[in-house]
Structure formats: C-alpha cells, structure tokens
Design a protein around this ligand. Structure first.
Ligand code: PLP
Length: 386
C-alpha cells in the first residue's frame, strides 16, 4: 500500500525515490553486472544484476506501490513480463484470454506456450454466464485487458475476478491501456497486473520494457524465482528512463485524456465516421462499468470510416499523426490493427472478434488538440472517394 494518499504524489515520491548513500534526488544508474563480496557469503545486499540491481529495484518498488501490490518486477519488455507470469503454469493447463487481447499475447500462447502443452480459449469476459461456462477443469488462469485492444471492450474486472476465484483461477490483468493512474486491477480482485511499460509509463516512445505486480508474498516469491531463472530483466539505464517517465504520468495522462475526449466527440459527430470505440463515450459498451472501475476512458480510440472513404489514402494524408506500432507516447500515433498490432491473429478469428480491415486505432498524444483535429479532418476529406 502506498504511503501517499494521492497518486500524483506517489508517482514522484513512491518506492525508493532517494539514493540512500548520497541523497541524490534521482536514483543513480547502477551500471554494474556484479558486486564485491566482503567475504564468503558476505554480500552487501546484491550479488549479481540479473538477481538484483538498485536502479531496477527502485523501479520495482515504485510500481508495486502504485498498483497497491506486494512486490513489483521489471522486465525487458511487456512480452517478457507476460512470459514470466505464464511460466507459473504447467503443461496441461489452459488459459482463458479476453476476446481482443494484444496480438502478441495471443501469439505467445498460440505459438510458444503451445509447445509446452499450455493451451488457451478465447473467452467472453463481458458476459459472466458465458464466461463461467468456459471454465473447464483444466483452466488455471485468465488474462483480461480492460479496455481491450483494439475495440476498447470493457470487462467488469471485479465480477470476472470473483467468478474466476470461485474456480481457483489466477486472475491476470494487462493494465497497459489504463496505467496505475487510471485503474488499479489488484484493488478490483486481480492477482497479478502486467504492463507494457513501453507505452504510457515510459511515455516518450524511447524504451521497451515490461512490469508485473503481484498481490501475495507467495506469488512474489514465485515470480522472483522465475525472473531470476529465465532472466528477461530490465537493464539499469532503461529502469532509470522508466522511473523518469513515471514521474510525469499524471500530468501526461490528464492531457492525453482531455484530448482523447475531444477527439472522440469530434469523430462521433463526423459524417464520414461509421463507428467510434472509446470507453469514455456515454454511448459506448461498458461505459458504466469503466466509470466505476477506472478514473476515465483513457486515451485510446478506434474508429471506422464509411465505405466511401479510402483508408489507405487516410493514412497517407495524415501529416502530424504518425503511422506506427505502439501507443502511449507524447506524440499521437495511428495504426491499422488488422495488418499491424493484430496481424498475428488469423483473419477468421479477427473477423469473429470484430477487428475489421477498416478499423483504425488512434493513440491520442498531448499535442495541442486543435492540431490533432485539423490533421484528422484533413486526412478524412482527402480519403473521400468522389
Ligand atoms: C504493447 C503491448 C504489449 C506488449 O508489450 P511490449 O513492451 O511491446 O513487449 C502487451 N499488452 C498490451 C496491451 C500492449 O499494448
């Protein structure tokens, strides 16, 4: 639990925020692989940087505090964090995944854990009855994203956690889209929260990293063992960058969300737009649930243009908003989920879960909103097939 009541303050002063030895107000980058021992078995708290590093430890204590967990762990990417968490499972186990999880999570289960006879089922976490019926004897865990990528589907985390726990499942929530500033899954009953810290937590599109936070000492011990054994740790410099990014998360998120709410309103009322997916819109699926479990709707928006608009032309006509993978940086990004972030999901499954070829996903940045809207307007008009 955080010693700070307000998240804005915890983001800056949480975890180990001052260097004990020198008083430095930024945790130094301990760029070292190993540590002097004063005699056999006489360590000064560290022995080797895969096992522990003071810069990484400062970050790990910070994310644990921000998510309200027992311990945090930093990895070389979001996928490395998920890999470590899924390494808790054994062959023969099955994982339920919510229907539009990140493409890489799907691929990890479909193409890698599959080798070890750990299987998955795409579950409907938005319908509790259907969901419960999908929990077969071999199901041991569930991975939830809320809002889920890219249709911004909202899942009632507390309700799904309650049903899952009745069946002894481990509840894992990927909180990348919301960040600990907007939503705290452990407080809603999850056992483990994971982040692609590459996105909002880093916030500047300059570091690839992943984080995991657990809610019990037992899980902490298991994940620490897996992290040290499998070795996908985050380096000291990247740990420093992440701590630096997290300090400004609240001010960045406030601006991201303010802009996203305006962009969603603009798209919703635009005559060229067919559908808008944004949990901050009152008309959207799961608006009430999201409002209850999160601070607001975040800053990710997906939408579709009407048939008489050429989507390629739209992408090519954008001048400010950059066509790129990833999200959550200060700059606005746009992507085409069917061919980019979700390309590793087979076309038939994409179609079934509603990821159409016309779907466009926006990560709204913190630029002046007028410039973002002008760029969208300009690209939409250029894309009209006359
Ligand atoms: C990007 C992303 C990941 C993967 O994280 P990496 O840091 O790219 O490995 C996982 N989940 C979600 C929701 C993401 O957006």
């Amino acid at each position: 639990m955080s010693k700070f009541e307000n998240k804005e303050t915890a983001l800056i002063h949480g975890g180990i925020s001052i260097d004990e030895r020198t008083g430095a107000v930024n945790i130094p980058i301990y760029q070292t692989s190993t540590y002097k021992q004063d005699g056999l078995g006489k360590m000064r708290g560290y022995e080797y940087s895969r096992t522990g590093n003071p810069t990484r430890e400062a970050l790990e204590s910070l994310i644990a505090e921000l998510e309200g967990g027992v311990a945090g762990f930093a990895f070389g990417s979001g996928m490395a964090a998920l890999t470590a968490v899924l390494s808790l499972l054994h062959s023969g186990d099955r994982v339920l995944i919510s229907s539009n999880v990140y493409g890489g999570t799907f691929r990890l289960l479909n193409k890698v854990f599959d080798h070890f006879s750990i299987t998955y089922t795409i579950a409907d976490t938005t319908d509790l009855e259907v969901y419960e019926s999908q929990i077969t004897e071999d199901v041991k865990a569930v991975i939830i994203e809320s809002p889920a990528n890219p249709l911004m589907t909202v899942t009632d985390i507390q309700a799904v956690a309650d049903v899952s726990h009745r069946h002894g499942l481990l509840v894992i929530v990927d909180n990348t889209f919301m960040t600990p500033y907007l939503q705290n899954p452990l407080k809603l009953g999850a056992d483990i929260v994971v982040h692609s810290a590459t996105k909002y937590l880093g916030g500047h599109s300059d570091v690839v990293s992943g984080l995991a936070v657990v809610n019990s000492a037992e899980l902490a011990e298991q994940i620490a063992f897996i992290q040290n054994s499998t070795g996908g740790v985050l380096g000291p410099f990247d740990s420093f960058l992440l701590i630096r990014g997290i300090k400004t998360l609240a001010v960045r998120m406030d601006r991201h969300v303010e802009n996203a709410e305006k962009a969603a309103a603009f798209l919703s009322s635009h005559s060229a737009v067919k559908n808008v997916y944004y949990p901050g819109l009152e008309s959207s699926q799961g608006y009430d649930i999201n409002r209850r479990q999160a601070k607001n709707g975040g800053a990710m928006i997906s939408f579709e243009l009407k048939e008489n608009y050429d989507i390629n032309k739209f992408f090519e006509s954008l001048e400010l908003i950059t066509l790129a993978e990833s999200l959550g940086g200060v700059e606005s990004l746009v992507c085409h989920p069917a061919s980019m972030t979700h390309a590793s999901i087979p076309a038939d499954i994409r179609k079934k879960v509603g990821i159409t070829d016309g779907l466009i996903r926006l990560s709204i940045g913190i630029e002046k909103i007028d410039d973002i809207l002008a760029d969208l307007e300009n690209a939409i008009s250029a894309a009209e097939i006359k």
